[in-house]
Design a protein around this ligand. Structure first.
Ligand code: PA5
Length: 442
């Protein structure tokens, strides 16, 4: 199991900068049971994903695996989850194996042009992932690809797989009208909590990830996070520690730093989950993505001596699955020879621990998640664990961790300018803003 070391949040390590055990007495004892109440949080269905049936996903993945290329169109939770699985389990996946995976999660025209320049659509399956079925970015790229398929006389029924709401939304209607292949995003599973559903599992299974192992990992961590006593529940304790660190010590920023390149995308996935779930009603904790050791040479100075506003979460990998010894070359150069005979895994692990010690010595709170290995089983644990931590932290903060009302206004203004019916007022508002005379622009 992944193990969470909370020592460096506590007074024993940090003195007055740390938390006392009795600080936790003020944390709500009902957050976990509240999270489990579906009437209260209809979007808590991610809790059941570890036990969900995957037969349809596997069947569809077998079909998708027959194509040379897998092109994913989606954004937010519909892209970050799949990307973090592929990067963790199959680094450099496009340089090996048969199924090349391309992900288009923006509307930058140059990116799509580049993809279309290099990909032969005849040998490509296109997975359009949109829970709502109405996200402008995803729909725009879907419309472009639909037309391309038509132009090339390629059958959309053959080349498209739509992952969307089981019954509602425009994409579901298109699936029904055109008899397209599709998978449901289960009811009650929101975008950023969907990585262990068809959203993440179809792309993963298509390239050969053992999705049963991912779900087994998630199920195992789920069991260990069911205890209502926060001192016996790693997710509850992590949420409580981060919540208290903000409330009592003004630590508003959560740094996620995995010491593994393969988990860099995981750090980005976490940042969306954390930011979009918790930032509302003037409350929240700001996520900060990074990678060790790389960011030791970019951000660590700030974390060590900058404002006292962060909690750093280390992901410390125990077994990298391989190792490379540093050879005994340049022994005559003083200052280099000491590395010889050690290995890269040894160096990266020592650097992680050294950063942990240095931060702690400087009264900077941190948590270490010990990850036995970067494989499907432990990745499943990490996803489910941090989803639980996020939802529980949201409940402790007194906000709904499953909605995202703050992104609506920007969407509405965009709809207005792009001519969507019913948004004419938003267009006027947009144009008024654009034509303001009192802008300070140099
Ligand atoms: O977490 C969320 O709900 C969002 O970030 C969505 O994943 C994102 O907006 C994409 O939405 P959809 O899958 O409906 O296209």
């Amino acid at each position: 199991m992944i193990k969470i070391d909370f020592s460096n949040l506590m007074q024993e390590s940090l003195g007055s900068y740390g938390l006392a055990r009795n600080d936790f007495d003020s944390v709500s004892a009902t957050a976990l049971s509240e999270l489990q109440q579906t009437e209260r949080y209809p979007e808590n269905a991610f809790l059941g994903l570890p036990d969900a049936d995957t037969a349809a996903i596997k069947d569809t993945a077998r079909y998708a695996g027959e194509f040379d290329n897998f092109l994913l169109l989606g954004i937010g939770g519909s892209a970050l989850g799949p990307r973090s699985i592929l990067d963790a389990i199959y680094p450099f996946h496009n340089l090996r194996g048969k199924n090349k995976v391309l992900m288009y999660d923006n509307v930058d025209p140059m990116t799509l042009k580049s993809i279309l320049d290099i990909v032969d659509l005849k040998n490509t399956v296109i997975n359009v992932i949109t829970k709502s079925g109405s996200t402008a970015e995803t729909i725009a790229s879907f419309m472009i690809l639909w037309q391309r398929l038509k132009d090339l006389s390629l059958d959309p029924k053959k080349h498209l797989i739509i992952t969307t709401d089981p019954s509602k939304g425009h994409m579901r209607s298109i699936v029904n009208d055109h008899g397209l292949r599709s998978l449901p995003v289960p009811q009650g599973v929101g975008g950023r909590y969907s990585v262990l559903s068809s959203v993440g599992l179809l792309p993963a299974k298509t390239v050969g990830v053992d999705i049963d192992e991912m779900l087994r990992g998630a199920a195992d961590i789920h069991k260990s996070c069911l205890n209502a006593d926060l001192w016996k529940n790693p997710a509850y304790l992590t949420a409580s520690g981060l919540f208290l660190m903000q409330r009592l010590k003004n630590r508003d920023i959560t740094v996620m730093i995995p010491y593994a390149d393969r988990l860099k995308s995981f750090s980005e996935w976490f940042c969306q989950l954390w930011g979009e779930s918790l930032g509302k009603e003037g409350k929240g904790l700001s996520p900060y993505p990074s990678t060790g050791t790389t960011d030791q040479h970019s951000q660590l100075q700030l974390w060590m001596e900058g404002p006292l506003d962060k909690v750093v979460i280390f992901l410390a990998v125990e077994d990298y699955g391989t190792d490379i010894e540093i050879p005994a070359v340049f022994q005559d150069i003083e200052g280099l020879g000491y590395l010889a005979g050690h290995s890269l895994a040894e160096l990266i692990k020592i650097e992680q621990e050294a950063s942990e010690i240095a931060l702690t010595k400087n009264s900077r709170p941190n948590i270490t998640v010990r990850v036995p290995a970067v494989n499907a089983y432990y990745l499943g644990q990490l996803f489910h664990f941090f989803e639980l931590v996020t939802a529980l932290t949201g409940i402790l903060l007194g906000i709904n961790p499953f909605n995202q009302p703050g992104v609506e206004e920007g969407k509405n203004l965009t709809y207005g300018m792009m001519g969507k019916k019913g948004y004419e007022e938003k267009k006027q508002e947009f144009l008024k803003y654009r034509s303001q005379k009192n802008r300070l622009v140099l």
